[in-house]
Design a protein around this ligand. Structure first.
Ligand SMILES: *Cc1c(COP(=O)(O)O)cnc(C)c1O
Length: 377
């Protein structure tokens, strides 16, 4: 069994993907061009925002947003303690200070109460200016963005939605990557919408930030490429990846998000016995829709997670631990980041989470096999 079955997806989409790739190869144009512009239009329509700008990866996308806002030295940026490294990495890269905030024990997403406390603590105990919040849609589930928006508006902070894992998710009818002042995603192959290499995108309704990020992404270009009006970066999505993504977006919007939710429902039924054994199953709050970047369970306290992984592996069931270490304990943030409350929920989750095989191309038999392997533990 694959942890995320990208081969099955290619088998299903092969004629369309091969055709799209072949068309780019024949065109001889590999940077920019119509495939990139068409994809950006389709992505903006799907998310229902005014602008989408594609870039080289999801990490650059986050950095583009912070640079467009002028976030830098003396600014505090609030980041969940339980996330992939990138969400926090970009903050010191632009010269600002990451402040790590704890997560909700049921959704694993940023806890708005912990955020409020962290902002108050920064105002009282540091000379830093609270400037922005990076709200991560972890494992496919949108963060509590309405509550986080309220905190941002009250404190005069920008909201940056990191939808690298949440693309395709929703709150009500509003899609992930539409909640931030700027929102970002990643097209890393294993993300909900992945390409065949690295890729990313930023989304915004603001014309000015869109224009600024388009400049920053291409060496600070002005009216043309050799008119450089500011320092920028070189961050573009390859034409080949754009062509692949246009095909994949159609499948994603057409049936993959629905299919992966069906797989999640099968898991919910097949794994219901785990609750009585003290395991935790994923929770999707009322009104929220996940795009299931991961299906992550929580092993009971005192159970040896490594041994569980080894037993499952022997039975052909691959698993992963996302994430084994709180952000505030990453050596790279030593002396760089702040963590006002020690993030006890994150510390516990890091010792207990376990992600199971997941994806829209899994069959019910695959789910039953994972369940049987867990039942036999
Ligand atoms: C993957 C990921 C990123 C970074 O995306 P890349 O395309 O790998 O640079 C950022 N944030 C989160 C939450 C991610 O999972």
């Amino acid at each position: 069994m694959e942890f995320r079955d990208l081969k099955a997806q290619y088998a299903a989409l092969k004629p369309a993907v091969d055709g799209a790739v072949g068309a780019v190869l024949s065109s001889g144009r590999f940077i920019g061009g119509a495939p990139v512009a068409e994809l950006e239009g389709a992505l903006a329509d799907y998310v229902a925002v005014a602008h989408c700008l594609t870039c080289a990866n999801g990490t650059d996308a986050l950095e583009l947003a912070l640079l467009a806002w002028g976030v830098g030295e003396g600014d505090a940026v609030f980041v969940p303690d339980f996330t992939f490294f990138s969400s926090g990495e970009v903050v010191p890269l632009v010269g600002a200070t990451p402040v790590f905030v704890d997560v909700d024990p049921a959704t694993y997403n940023m806890d708005p109460a912990s955020l409020r406390r962290a902002v108050a603590w920064v105002r009282e105990n540091t000379g830093l200016a609270p400037k922005a919040v990076v709200a991560v849609d972890l494992f496919g589930l949108p963060a509590d963005l309405p509550a986080i928006r309220e905190v941002c508006d009250g404190e005069g902070m920008f909201l940056l939605e990191d939808g690298a894992q949440g693309f395709g998710g929703r709150i009500g009818e509003a899609r992930a990557c539409s909640f931030g002042d700027i929102s970002t995603t990643s097209f890393f192959p294993a993300k909900p919408l992945g390409c065949y290499g690295d890729g990313g995108a930023v989304f915004t309704d603001d014309d000015g930030w869109d224009a600024l990020m388009r400049s920053i992404a291409v060496h600070g270009k002005g009216t043309m490429k050799y008119d450089n009006v500011r320092l920028g970066m070189n961050s573009r999505l390859d034409t080949l990846q754009a062509a692949v993504l246009s095909v994949k977006l159609e499948a994603f919007a057409g049936y993959e998000v629905a299919d992966v939710n069906r797989v999640a429902a099968w898991y919910g039924e097949a794994l219901s016995f785990l609750g009585a054994r003290g395991w935790g199953l994923p929770l999707v709050p009322d009104g929220f829709t996940s795009s299931w970047a991961q299906y992550t369970v929580k092993v009971p306290e005192g159970v040896d997670r490594g041994a569980v992984q080894a037993t499952l592996k022997d039975q052909g069931v691959p698993t992963m631990v996302y994430y084994p270490r709180p952000m505030h304990r990453q050596p790279a943030f030593d002396g760089v980041g702040l963590c006002p409350d020690g993030c006890p929920v994150t510390c516990e989750l890091c010792g207990r989470v376990l992600s199971l095989p997941m994806g829209p191309y899994m069959g019910r038999d695959d789910v039953e096999r994972v369940a049987a392997a867990l039942e036999a533990l």
